[in-house]
Design a binder for this molecule. Structure first.
Ligand code: GLA
Length: 371
């Protein structure tokens, strides 16, 4: 592989109906990895990495035009491909929570529930951006101010997210936010990976390790019951790397509710305290030998096995995105925390700073079975 200089290049990506321009930032790490981030939704539209033979493929689902992310078909299925999610990743039951004696009503966009920030979450907003190069790598910083009352949330939230692509083949995602009124905040990134290359088929052969002893079971509308359930002896035990598809068809009420995996896993921290990076997940694609490792400061990770993809969306490579053609691993606080006294708090108060970091590390291995 030839070594090049790391670089960032900005290009026009498209235009919103109100005339605002959407830019794309192309980041290259000089080591064979490149990614593209757009200012609409902070979406990662492409991420190209070498496989074990050195062949480079795009390993995230998405589109190469703005229209792809704004078409009626896209909005209907609403998969949140590659996007930044806020103000609250995952669900808040019935779009309602009580804080300091006041009941807040949020937009409901998932049956009776609030999902991924509401009707127009951070994934559908235009972010201010600038690129940077520093000792760690090349990157783009995105800023978005969510006004008081937006989608029903209290407080004006100033949000800043940076993506850094490092020479060590990592993507570091740093999230910061401040508010002028207490509000729930739970930011995440919703990329769908297929480590054999986007559009290449199902991800059920990928071997997944999750550093979780417990998960948060849900009701039939995917709201957590409040229980932290031991994964031992269940299809949710990924402590040893296991193919995603090995147990996905088992008779299991939780798998029926999610139509597969769509669950929050409780990460093991050992001695690492809240706010320190711990390994959350490791995924290996057997054919390509690509490996993705995820570390995070968050307490949980949502593993979503692409169950709602149904082939109606045609991706950038011309292939239909069928059920399970990508998976998402969304580092996060637990779903519905504002209504769950037993879960770690997601409330950000004025004067505090929300800070969260997630690192994706890319590598390859040649032996399919070594995990
Ligand atoms: C999250 C949710 C899923 C689904 C996907 C996007 O993973 O938990 O239920 O909404 O996002 O389709």
């Amino acid at each position: 592989m030839t070594t090049q200089t790391p670089s960032v290049e900005k290009q026009r990506f498209g235009q919103l109906p109100d005339g605002r321009k959407v830019e794309a930032y192309h980041l290259r790490n000089g080591h064979g990895i490149d990614m593209t981030v757009i200012t609409y939704g902070g979406i990662i539209t492409s991420l190209r990495t070498p496989d074990a033979q050195g062949n480079v493929d795009d390993i995230v689902l998405g589109f190469d035009s703005l229209e792809g992310y704004r078409s009626d078909a896209y909005r209907q299925s609403n998969p949140y491909f590659g996007a930044l999610i806020g103000r609250y990743g995952n669900r808040i039951a019935e779009g309602r929570f009580m804080l300091d004696g006041t009941t807040y009503e949020l937009a409901t966009n998932d049956g009776p529930h609030h999902l991924h920030g509401g009707d127009k979450g951070f994934d559908k907003r235009l972010w201010q951006a600038h690129s940077f190069e520093n000792d760690t790598g090349v990157g783009v910083e995105l800023r978005y101010t969510s006004e008081d009352g937006e989608e029903g949330y209290p407080g004006r939230l100033d949000t800043r997210v940076t993506y850094t692509l490092t020479a060590d083949d990592e993507v570091i995602i740093d999230y910061h936010a401040t508010t002028d009124k207490a509000t729930p905040v739970n930011l995440t990134q919703h990329s769908y990976f297929n480590l054999a290359g986007e559009g290449s088929g199902s991800i059920v052969d990928h071997r997944l390790m999750l550093n979780a002893d417990a998960f948060t079971p849900v009701d039939d509308t995917l709201i957590p019951t409040g229980e932290l359930r031991d994964v031992a002896g269940t299809p949710f035990d990924f402590r040893d790397a296991t193919p995603i598809g090995a147990r996905i068809g088992e008779e299991n009420t939780q798998l029926v509710y999610g139509q597969g995996y769509d669950h929050n896993f409780v990460l093991v921290r050992d001695d690492a305290s809240a706010g320190e990076l711990v390994t959350a997940a490791r995924v290996v694609a057997p054919q390509s030998g690509r490996v993705l490792e995820i570390a995070t400061t968050e307490p949980g990770i949502q593993f979503y096995s692409g169950n709602f993809l149904d082939g109606t969306l045609i991706g950038k490579g011309g292939d239909a995105y069928e059920k399970r053609s990508g998976f998402a691993l969304e580092t996060q606080h637990f779903p519905d925390s504002p209504n769950q006294a037993g879960f770690p708090s997601t409330i950000l108060a004025p004067g505090e700073t929300y800070e969260s970091r997630t690192v994706w590390r890319f590598s390859t291995q040649r032996d399919d079975n070594a995990s």
